[in-house]
Design a protein around this ligand. Sequence first.
Ligand code: SAM
Ligand code: DTB
Ligand code: SF4
Length: 319
Amino acid sequence: MTTDISPRQDWTRDEIAAVYELPLDQLLARALAVKAANWKDGAVQKSQLLSIKTGGCPEDCGYCSQSAKFDTGLKAEKLLPLDEVVETARRAKANGADRFCMGAAWRSLKDRDLPKVAEMISAVKAEGLETCVTLGMLEEGQAEALKAAGLDYYNHNLDTSREYYGDVVSTRTYDDRLETLGRARMAGIKLCCGGILGMGESRADRVGLIHELSKLTPHPESVPVNKLVPIKGTPLGNSAELDTLELVRAIAACRIVFPKSWVRLSAGRESMSPEGQALCLLAGANSIFVGDRLLTTPNPGMDKDAKLLESVGGSCGEC
Ligand code: SAM
Ligand code: DTB
Ligand code: SF4
């Protein structure tokens, strides 16, 4: 079995489907072999999120608590002050996070907000953390300014397949997403780009998402795999819960297709058993969101994560 392969951009959709649908034991064996060959120390990367600008977003992403188009009960807030961001980043680092990801509920970054966000990036970087932001679409020149401030990663997800995208979001296109990803990449920023499972999409859509991601050259350095956190009041608030083994298959397929990328078991852990999460880590995920909040919803938190990482043989950041 070839495992220590260079990342390939020429995967066909059929090839990815064939991997995704292997008998589970063969799929896991292959993912584990790729992981062992490419990630020798087995470490689990820990990112912590902070919503720096919450709610009131003009976009209509059908999964999101922060869209102004849906009545989710979330109160819109202004951009957080710098000292609050730095204080949270410091605590995140003390609790074992190595990357700090700041999210804003914006359709796109406005030039008037750029200096404040740039200040936040520089200050978080000065605390010794990797920096990541997710601010919506970027206009020309903005990615360069973020990079100059010390930005390591830009998070911008493709979310699902090209075909299913229009069923989830109507206020922007798949190509808009790809354009922003291109701008971040051209400025020398690493990409964090993945999607959400459990939005009523088919397995073919999940394969389609992985295929679209595999065409990005180079591959995104981080691939977040989110399980939908159903939000009351959104169009997807009553979606049927995703089967854990389907998530495991998607993660294993990502490990095989993106051998050198961080694959993150992202949103949705709060609704999973410890065993289900452990299986995702065994299937090839090597990154999680730590802390007791994601952006607007709860996350397991330090004590549960220490147990989880201990159970799969990783370190908990304190031990
Ligand atoms: N406004 C920016 C944007 O959409 O690019 C950044 C923030 S947005 C909340 C970041 C990502 O979080 C989305 O692209 C989506 O993949 C993920 N996300 C948002 N709500 C979610 C939910 N309820 N369940 C799972 N993932 C979610
Ligand atoms: C990503 O792929 N997942 C994160 C991060 N990138 C920004 C966001 C998850 C949000 C989950 C729902 C919430 O807390 O609002
Ligand atoms: Fe706005 Fe981002 Fe939420 Fe979409 S996912 S509604 S762009 S905050």
